[in-house]
Design a protein around this ligand. Sequence first.
Ligand code: AMP
Length: 542
Amino acid sequence: MLGLMQDWPLLIHRVIDHAASQFGPREVVSRSIEGPIHRTDYARVRERSLRVAQRLARDGVVNGDRVATLAWNTWRHLESWYGITGIGAIYHTVNPRLFPEQIVWIMNHAEDRVVMTDLTFVPLLEALADRLPKVERYIVFTDGAHMPATKLRNAVAYEDWLAEADGDFRWTSFDEKTAAGLCYTSGTTGNPKGVLYSHRSNVLHSMSLSNADAFGLSSRASILPVVPLFHANSWSLAFSCPMYGAKMVMPGMRLDGASLFELMEAEKVTMAAGVPTVWLMLLQYMQKEGKRLSTVERMLIGGSACPRAMIEAFERDYGIDVVHAWGMTEMSPVGSCGAVKAQLADVAGDALIDLKAKQGFAFFGVEMKITDDAGKSLPWDGKTFGRLKVAGFAVTKGYYGVDNAGLLDDEGFFDTGDVATIDANGYMQITDRSKDVIKSGGEWISSIDLENLAVGHPDVAEAAVIGVAHPRWDERPLLVVVPKEGRVIQRDDVLKFMEGKIAKWWMPDDVQAVAEIPHTATGKINKLKLRETFSSYKLPTA
Ligand code: AMP
């Protein structure tokens, strides 16, 4: 027998409808790309999103079409997501920090029809446009007065384009499993892979993640999402903030410590979310200037491991509660959060910092297990580590447009590629990655790509790249090379050889020549061993 309750499809535009009706005057404040602080509210965001939807429909965009956004966190970017999804089209977030070749590859793979972008990225797109034949129109997030002269196809200033719609429009209706967002993740090998979120997965993820032990949102909160909309679905904040009526404070492109501090104070931010690298800059600024945040209660830190020292600094020196979160693009993206459970309420001092340094526990909607290589589940004892696998309503079951055979295990779990322990209280801790990507400032650098490039140098026999700790960027790549017989490797010569073939920020910070690179039993480079060897290595840039 089926229940007799209404079907009420979990569609993203219901979120902005709710925000407008319940939290209409709640503000969305942005540092605009043009410079000044811009203020709007949920009622107006809804009204303008509806016009985005109407205007896109007039341009011929239909259900299932991909619309790329290449933009910083601002109110216009937020409106575009609601407008795009409101007609069943798909926001495809493009990460401007990717190497141009990768941007071209993913935009062509996604077959984006329209690109919405900030002024900042017009020159980049101009350089790539010849190789983006499917793009029919470029919409620049600015007004007529700031619109640059550009040869981009059918380019138009967003405000002019939007002014052509009167808002007399209704959201379209479709199945809640309809695709809503597309975000590519760059793995260690092969091409980037597209994670395709649905309306249902985004809505459920936002609802679940907002519980008090995780993001803890409410209409009294004022949230600063430093985490970009273009990376990992903005940790769902583009949906959860309007859903719960939290004020949004969008930093635009100025992410340095001083700019963030100023914005947090001016807008009475109570909670901020971002990667450790960003918070390091903020901490350094506060320490140097002897300043304190007066309204911030909680920092959400994730994307890469939050250093213990950072947790200590926020908690002890500034009295700010740190919530360490873990997740990945494939999980919409958050999988666990580090709030303190009731049975651990007595934990204090160093033990509390240790607890918070773990990546937290899975909230409702995320199932976790750790297994050995044969897929056998391992105990939750805080010591045994294994492959971390997950299942849930906001976890991917397949990448966009590729063969996904074997992606999930027999029980439907997705292998995160991370290696972790889980303790008896359910707290997970990442111990290593099965992939050996280097995390620099919250972004990925593929060690394998760098190795492949380095071995192209005439004097290099073998190359391995590992991440070495860096005070500002978390990790930076160290290139370890074995010279060909009778050859001598010059550091600068190798770096020069790599220059221009990869994004600048992918360049190794140093090169070390060794007689031999250690290998595992199956002939793979033994990165664990290599990392041990260079564990106290100081990069020249550190
Ligand atoms: P991305 O899809 O770019 O967000 O990257 C996801 C990966 O980042 C995960 O699989 C982890 O390897 C890593 N990661 C994310 N959050 C954390 C964290 N809190 N601690 C350690 N690693 C993390």
